[in-house]
Design a protein around this ligand. Structure first.
Ligand SMILES: [Mg+2]
Length: 188
């Protein structure tokens, strides 16, 4: 590699199983069944309110429960893929937005990263709403609003709410993700 390439990776819905864990909590706490495919717009409380008839306060309660973000599971293969990208010499940075309506998530996200992704140095963790302002060769994210203004390669981590967006690469999961990411980076 001539110049070290920087890979920016989102947490929620990319490295972590936020959506699955959240829908499970809605089932458990309110007995409402939502299937992931029903989430046709990005994970937003208005979307869940309209699907369930719950109030905004009720919809946010699971996310505000202490330990929710800390107890998420990494997606299958995510830890190995990140280790492999670092081993290959890429500058891997986390770029995650904090949820202002769930202020406790900040500390929990840091602890979660330390538990599963301690191979990523603390200085490579960036909390940002406007991810397009962060300099990187590729952004791996599930939210269209983050990807659409990003100036370099856009890698969409597949979810029902982002199927209308093309991007430069779509990852359905972390299987063979490293090869696919390298392929688009090398075409650049
Ligand atoms: Mg996300």
């Amino acid at each position: 590699m001539s110049k070290t390439k920087r890979i920016l990776i989102d947490i929620d819905g990319v490295l972590s199983n936020l959506t699955e864990a959240y829908l499970a909590r809605l089932r458990k706490d309110y007995k409402v069944q939502i299937n992931k495919v029903q989430l046709t717009s990005y994970f937003k409380e208005e979307n869940i309110v309209s699907l369930t008839g719950l109030t905004e306060e009720e919809v946010l309660r699971p996310l505000r429960t202490p330990g929710f973000f800390q107890n998420l599971e990494p997606k299958n293969g995510a830890v190995l893929a990140v280790k492999s990208l670092i081993r290959k010499g890429y500058d891997v940075c986390i770029v995650s937005a904090l949820m202002s309506k769930c202020p406790g998530c900040a500390g929990e996200k840091i602890e979660w990263l330390d538990k599963y992704f301690s191979m990523i140095p603390e200085k490579n963790v960036i909390f940002a709403y406007r991810k397009n302002l962060v300099v990187g060769d590729i952004l791996i994210d599930d939210a269209i609003h983050n990807l659409k203004d990003f100036p370099n390669l856009k890698c969409v981590f597949d979810a029902p709410y982002n199927r209308g967006f093309k991007g430069d690469l779509r990852l359905r999961n972390w299987k063979k993700a490293v090869e696919k990411i390298e392929q688009v980076l090398n075409q650049k």
